[in-house]
Design a protein around this ligand. Structure first.
Ligand SMILES: Cc1cc2nc3c(=O)[nH]c(=O)nc-3n(C[C@H](O)[C@H](O)[C@H](O)COP(=O)(O)OP(=O)(O)OC[C@H]3O[C@@H](n4cnc5c(N)ncnc54)[C@H](O)[C@@H]3O)c2cc1C
Length: 867
């Protein structure tokens, strides 16, 4: 097969790796009629399952799901013997796949690809291998695996040890016999947890060196789940379809039980059921909020720690084995068979490296700060340089001599976890930014491969030969990947998901946590929109539909999806009374918002009658007085009351350290323009006059509002200026209505589908003001005189029809010499910021708002805000 090294061989495509991904990629490329050569440094197919031959090595996704689905006959021919198969069985399976489709003839084994360079002139990749071959190919596909690059040892003196050394990820084919030996295992991740019980059966002494205690649940291995087999038998296609469109790549009924609101009995019942089931996606789905709510997560974590304590007899060992430094799930949880029980054996000992760190490996064994240990064998179960390790090590150089290593020095950047700018025709399967290690990888790999094959087919049909993502699309995807992670607890852990296990590796959340389903939809959307964000070129042609595939915050998208399923009538088709009832009903089900020191209701006597108010006093601060914020709720002058914006008011109070006085005002259509605006001004005057009684600092008064509440807040500021008082220190306008012009571009962009619609804004205006009045500054403050107004913070949301008028108000204020700070709520809708503890991604913006409020009161007693 080899030609002399000086004569490069030409192929349409080169695939690196012959594991799950490489094998299927090869199959699909051949199906397209492309000439392909695959390489693997391993001696045979299998990838992960070729290398990881340590005792106890098994999959931790049920075999009913951890398998290919592209070959229906294979599904009939192959039967898994266990729920979680052993490494030899999975390797046999992959060998069978290679044989069935005669894949080996196109794979070169024991051949590492050592470098690849993009040839700009030829528009081809020039590739070299460890055996000195040179290959040219148009498409270069890395199927190099997320967990294929073992982490190098950081331990001092590792080369010195005179006994046997084993690495779980490079286990000898002839196996290892530890009978009668003193064995050390370093590492208690998945490989350590799987191998320790089996090594303990042979060793005369086993010492386990643990840096981080890990959560593990019993696998309850046995025959494949009867329930899953039944579902497969009944309707295999439906089952596979459900897997492809599930969060984790396994059909799972996602719970809607929230840990914090569930009763103790329900909590226990759900946990015990997941514990008994022994599946990762079961224990990760005890509560809907365990992935983002620390308190809910702690319920699950505490129950697991209880199980550890009730299993491990020695209390000190049990304590050391109980994870306490990370939230459950934020490091990959393990499935085990007798792991914790192993520590009850008299010849097994745990050394906690947190209290007794390794000083060095010696010729005889291991020296810790307190002890010298003698060993016959050391087993390293120290994990992988995950997700980026094998890609960066493959020495890939793209356009302009820029290497992938250089490009990713501060963290990887990809489009869809599939490609990266500057590296045309380089595809990466399960790269950073793909669901990969957070999913059943068999499902994710098939999706990737199908997408790449579909892309190459589409390119060929359209006459294109190169493809590369645009910088805009790539940065948009990177942002989306980080946005998805940011609303979870995952980035809080020093995990390999964050690159934290490898010294010097940038801390970036690597996989896509939005789900297999959401990811698949994004990939499909890209194709449907003419390969959005990709630039394709071919002889005499080029095409680029540039853009960002996911701009919305992920939790906002979920809220909109959920609302769509409820089939609620559009508000603008309801009467004011019915719209108010609907709003009250939705408000009743939301989380309450943060605790504050005191909440009290009262009334403000104004000429038109009494206006109810609710006062929020900050907690955890020195007793007042505090600065005062008069707040007006949203609702288009028609809807809303003291309850509607209660969580936001609590949040503003807690973050700013100010007393917030939320004022209800007269509503339309009962009291039309300018009743609401006049009430607002009257309320501001009253609060100012009663500052001391309210616990405020006289002269330290700001005005705030959301939506139509921001409209009357802005008007009140103009009236106060014109009236020569009261003095207002600042105005905070959250997604304000400041004009009555409904033709701005944001109305075109966002007028439908984001809760506040153009039709609803029209309905609000019709209820509030006659057309003749709508241009008056008392209704449209943007049209008024803006000089001499207080410093302003305006918040606009990307997907809000009111976005552009908010921006216009900020610019107009600046032009009038008023300090105006514009805060952009990226990826948010009009209602996002009021959805405290629902739209978690709004928290950083609300933190900015709190900070803006504090800057309005520079002379107030310095006070630490409550976060
Ligand atoms: C112990 C263990 C258990 C796992 N269990 C599960 C599970 O239960 N469920 C699950 O979904 N996932 C599991 N995984 C993740 C597993 O890696 C994937 O499921 C899957 O096997 C990955 O397939 P792959 O083809 O993408 O990569 P791999 O199987 O890792 O194959 C990549 C191949 O590329 C080769 N390679 C890399 N670089 C080069 C180069 N420069 N030149 C030549 N060859 C190269 C490697 O030698 C390797 O053979 C597990 C991983 C481990 C380590």
């Amino acid at each position: 097969m080899n030609k002399p090294p000086s004569v490069p061989e030409h192929f349409d495509a080169v695939v690196v790796g012959a594991g799950f991904a490489g094998l299927y990629m090869l199959y699909r490329l051949r199906e397209l009629g492309l000439s392909v050569r695959a390489f693997d440094s391993a001696g045979d197919v299998g990838g992960t399952w070729y290398w990881n031959r340590y005792p106890g090595a098994r999959c931790d996704i049920p075999t009913t799901d951890y398998a290919y689905t592209f070959d229906p006959d294979l599904e009939k021919e192959w039967t898994w013997s266990e729920k979680y198969a052993t490494q030899p069985e999975i390797l046999d399976y992959l060998r069978l796949v290679a044989d069935r489709h005669s894949l080996r003839s196109d794979i070169e084994f024991s051949a590492a690809v050592t470098s690849a360079r993009w040839d700009e002139q030829e528009e081809r990749w020039a590739i070299t291998t460890s055996s000195g071959q040179e290959i040219r190919c148009r498409y270069y596909i890395m199927a190099t695996g997320c967990l294929s690059m073992p982490k190098s040892s950081e331990i001092e003196g590792a080369g010195r040890f005179g006994g046997q050394v084993y690495f779980t990820s490079r286990w000898p084919h002839e196996g290892a016999d530890f009978t009668g030996q003193r064995v050390a295992v370093i590492g208690t991740g998945s490989s350590g947890i799987q191998s320790i019980p089996l090594i303990a059966r042979q060793a005369s002494q086993l010492t386990v060196f643990q840096r981080t205690a890990n959560f593990s649940i019993p696998a309850h291995n046995g025959p494949p789940s009867a329930d899953r087999l039944k579902r497969l038998d009944e309707d295999r296609d439906e089952y596979r379809h459900a897997a492809r469109w599930s969060r984790g790549g396994i059909p799972t009924d996602l719970t809607d039980v929230f840990g914090m609101t569930a009763s103790e009995a329900v909590r226990r019942e759900r946990f015990e059921a997941a514990w008994a089931q022994g599946e990762l996606f079961g224990i990760l789905n005890v509560f809907a909020d365990q992935g983002f709510n620390p308190a809910s997560n702690d319920i699950v974590a505490t129950m697991i720690r209880e199980k550890i304590r009730s299993t491990v007899k020695d209390p000190g060992t049990a304590e050391a084995l109980s994870p306490k430094d990370h939230y459950f799930g934020t490091k990959r949880p393990c499935l085990d068979s007798g792991y914790f029980e192993t520590f009850n054996l008299p010849h097994v000992r745990l050394v906690d490296l947190r209290t007794q760190p390794i000083v060095s490996i010696t010729e005889e064994g291991i020296e810790t700060a307190d002890e010298s240990f003698g060993f016959d064998a050391i087993v390293y179960a120290t994990g992988f340089d995950a997700m980026t390790g094998a890609l960066v090590a493959a020495d890939i150089t793209g356009r302009d001599g820029w290497s992938l290593k250089e490009k990713w020095a501060a963290g990887p950047s990809t489009y869809l976890g599939l490609m990266t700018t500057g590296f045309p025709n380089l595809f990466m399967l399960t790269a950073p930014g793909s669901p990969s290690v957070l999913s059943n990888m068999a499902v994710s790999i098939e999706q990737h491969v199908d997408w790449v094959a579909g892309c190459l087919k589409d390119m060929r049909e359209a006459g294109f030969e190169t493809i590369e993502p645009t910088a805009l699309a790539e940065s948009g995807w990177d942002q989306h990947v980080q946005d998805c992670a940011a609303i979870t607890l995952y980035p809080t852990a020093s995990s390999w998901y964050m690159g934290a296990n490898v010294p010097g590796k940038p801390r970036v959340f690597l996989p896509y946590i939005g789900g297999v389903d959401a990811y698949r939809k994004a990939c499909d959307d890209v194709v449907e929109q003419d390969y959005l964000g990709f630039r394709m070129t071919g002889p005499g042609r080029a095409r680029c539909h540039d853009g960002v595939v996911r701009r919305m915050q992920p939790d906002v998208a979920l809220v909109l999806e959920l609302l769509a399923t409820l089939g609620l009538p559009p508000m603008d088709t309801l009467s004011a009374a019915d719209a108010r009832a609907l709003m009250a009903a939705t408000a009743a089900t939301r989380p309450p918002g943060p605790e504050v020191g005191e909440v009290m209701d009262g009334v403000i006597p104004v000429p038109a009658g009494d206006l109810p108010y609710r006062l929020y006093r900050p907690a955890g601060l020195p007793e007042g007085p505090h600065p005062l914020v008069v707040y007006f709720h949203g609702g288009g002058w028609v809807l809303g009351n003291l309850d509607s914006d209660d969580p936001l008011c609590r949040d503003l109070c807690a973050r700013s350290g100010a007393v917030v006085v939320s004022v209800n005002y007269r509503h339309a259509p009962e009291d039309r323009y300018p009743a609401a605006a006049l009430d607002a001004f009257a309320a501001v005057q009253w609060v100012d006059a009663n500052a001391i009684e309210l616990g405020g600092i006289p002269g330290q008064l700001a005005v705030a509002g959301w939506s139509a509440g921001a409209n009357i807040a802005a008007v009140a500021c103009q009236l106060a200026r014109d009236a020569g008082g009261p003095h207002i220190s600042g105005q905070l306008l959250i997604c304000p209505v400041v004009d009555s012009d409904l033709t701005r571009p944001s109305y075109q962009d966002n007028g439908d589908g984001y809760i506040l619609t153009t039709a609803l804004m029209r309905w609000f205006w019709d209820h509030y003001a006659d057309p003749a009045d709508r241009g008056d500054p008392l209704a449209a403050p943007l049209r008024g005189n803006l000089e001499g107004l207080p410093p302003t913070c305006i918040v606009t949301a990307d997907f809000d029809p009111l976005r552009d008028e908010g921006v216009a108000y900020a610019r107009a204020l600046e032009a009038a010499g008023v300090p105006a700070r514009l805060t952009r709520a990226r990826g948010h809708i009009h209602t996002s910021l009021t959805m405290v503890d629902v739209v978690i991604s709004g928290a950083p913006v609300r933190a900015e708002i709190g900070e803006a409020l504090r800057t309005f009161f520079p002379n107030a007693v310095p006070q630490e805000p409550v976060s």
